[in-house]
Design a protein around this ligand. Structure first.
Ligand SMILES: Cc1cc2nc3c(=O)[nH]c(=O)nc-3n(C[C@H](O)[C@H](O)[C@H](O)COP(=O)(O)OP(=O)(O)OC[C@H]3O[C@@H](n4cnc5c(N)ncnc54)[C@H](O)[C@@H]3O)c2cc1C
Length: 504
């Protein structure tokens, strides 16, 4: 049995980035992934020759000098990625009901103010104030600027402010309020819970710069994997961890499905902390902690339709759409029953094949786990996103997909004629393929009423067990990368690591 310095459970972005850093620093690292495909939400799939992203539709902060650009330089992938810059004057378009106007979120702070001032001429000062305050909030989170984190984020002043209330304080124009919050499916925004800092950190990164990954985001996983292996790191797929075992106060080994034992000196869990607790055999973690982590609410889940177009029928659009039936972005997508879908996001991947036409489109609308609870005891058994949970489930999915496409056809008349085929996924798909708790899109939901409750430390009461991934700090490529800096900072020193990243 080989002895690893660090065994990482899960090959999501957090697991892979941690493996890169620790391999580079001389640790003997092993990553264990339950699926065939590595990368968690970075993975893509192909249907009818079209490539679909499962969890990366666009990425911010990738201009030279920006935080993710610098981090990706350190991970030695920046110059390898095939990226496509989105529309400068409107990378996101927000629209409402029958109103034909599409409101633009533009790249660059001055340009953001400029473009929205064209649509809201009386609100220029409010918009200037908005961007000043967003930047100020982001400044309170130094790790997001790759700066030393002298004062821990806990205790800073922006944690317990509601994003919705903050925006309402910026302008009394209800339309502009909704436009400013209009991309909130990026963080599963909920008017009754979402803190301002979540809104600020997410919109900031995309306003800085917005890019699509040409032919999908799996390239991030591919290049990271290659780099990890080149440094001697090992990655195993089809390796589901079923037990994390503690003896005399330390984790000694993990057990894989099938019974294989993997020993190690340190263990990093890249899976949901609650799922980690499910498989952790130890009484060193207090029941109160287990209960807290396992009772934390997860962010909303979604129903997703991935459409493959007939060749050369649907023109490529270099932006995303966020559409709401009603003028309320903070509850706007939560309708269930006949009123569903109350809104949707439409993402149009960029391919290397054509600048003029799109191969595909991904539609996302919220769906709660309860909507598919009936099939909760079924598990997907066929790979490549083909669910196999019975005929009634298939009919449910087709019904929902048709409802969603009907709605989208109002914005894109004739889109049905362009469709070659489509496939769909539900909260159960995310639960079974990624291990997403309750199918939640972005892990633990943040709540401004009790912000500290949702902060997960990278360290645990067991000295050689650590957490990383989207549940630590925040979700998204940037959020996960910042979380990784915290986790690996425990091993090599956070400031040492920041220094390395900044000098890359
Ligand atoms: C629909 C959707 C759209 C998104 N769009 C964007 C976007 O446009 N831009 C952006 O920046 N972010 C986006 N995100 C968020 C982003 O994809 C995630 O926050 C990020 O990829 C999560 O990384 P992670 O490290 O937490 O790992 P995850 O991706 O959650 O991966 C965890 C890994 O662990 C594996 N695993 C689980 N249990 C076990 C086990 N017991 N043993 C071994 N392996 C196990 C899983 O199979 C998986 O590979 C999106 C997410 C979703 C769901």
């Amino acid at each position: 049995m080989s002895q690893y310095d660090v065994v990482i459970i899960g090959s999501g972005l957090g697991g892979l980035e941690s493996a890169f850093i620790l391999s580079k620093e001389g640790y003997k690292v092993l990553v264990l992934e339950k699926n065939r495909q590595l990368g968690g939400s970075l993975q893509i799939f192909v249907r009818d020759k079209a490539i679909f992203d499962t969890g990366i539709h666009y990425i911010g902060g990738l201009n030279e000098g920006q935080n993710l650009h610098q981090s990706f330089k350190y991970f030695e992938i920046m110059d390898k990625l095939h990226l496509h810059k989105m529309d400068m004057n409107g990378f996101d378009k927000i629209s409402f009901g029958d109103d034909p106007i599409e409101y633009n979120h533009a790249q660059g702070y001055d340009n953001f103010v400029e473009q929205l001032s064209l649509q809201f001429p009386k609100e220029r000062e409010a918009l200037k104030n908005y961007v000043t305050l967003i930047k100020e909030v982001c400044d309170y989170f130094p790790l997001y600027q790759l700066r030393e984190d002298e004062a821990p984020i806990i205790g800073t002043k922006y944690l317990d402010i509601s994003a919705k209330d903050f925006i309402a304080g910026i302008t009394s124009d209800p339309k502009l309020q909704n436009v400013l919050g209009g991309s909130n499916p990026l963080y599963a925004g909920d008017g009754s819970k979402t803190p301002l800092y979540v809104h600020a950190l997410v919109v900031n990164t995309y306003i800085e710069s917005s890019y699509k990954c040409v032919d999908g985001g799996a390239q991030i996983e591919r290049f990271l994997t290659k780099n990890i292996k080149a440094m001697g790191g090992e990655i195993r797929n089809y390796s589901e961890v079923t037990k994390i075992v503690e003896r005399d106060g330390k984790i000694t080994h993990v057990e894989l499905k099938g019974g294989e034992i993997i020993e190690g000196k340190n263990f990093i869990s890249n899976i949901h902390p609650a799922s980690t607790m499910d498989i952790l055999e130890s009484d060193k973690i207090k029941k109160a902690f287990r209960n807290r982590v396992q009772s934390l609410e997860n962010s909303s889940s979604a129903f997703i339709v991935d459409i493959a177009f007939k060749p050369n029928t649907f023109e490529y659009k270099n932006h995303n759409y966020y559409h709401y039936k009603r003028n309320d972005v903070w509850t706007g997508m939560y309708q269930i029953g006949d009123a569903w879908p109350d809104g949707y996001c439409a993402f149009i991947p960029k391919t290397s094949k054509s600048d003029k036409y799109a191969d595909s489109m991904t539609l996302l609308s919220y769906m709660q786990f309860d909507d598919v609870k009936k099939w909760a005891d079924t598990f997907a058994t066929i790979p490549k996103h083909r669910d196999s949970r019975g005929q009634d489930y298939e009919e449910f999915k087709i019904g929902k997909a048709e409802q969603l496409i009907d709605e989208v056809e109002k914005k894109f008349p004739g889109i049905r004629n362009c469709i070659n085929s489509y496939t769909s996924s539900t909260p159960l798909t995310y639960r079974d393929y990624i291990g997403a708790r309750d199918g939640g899109l972005y892990g633990i939901a943040k709540d401004y009423h009790d912000p500290i409750k949702t902060f997960i430390s990278p360290t645990t009461k067991i000295p050689n067990l650590f957490f990383t991934g989207q549940n630590l700090n925040m979700h998204g490529v940037l959020g996960v990368t910042v979380g990784v800096i915290r986790t690996c900072g425990v091993f090599v020193g956070q400031n040492y690591l920041l220094n390395k990243i900044n000098k890359a």
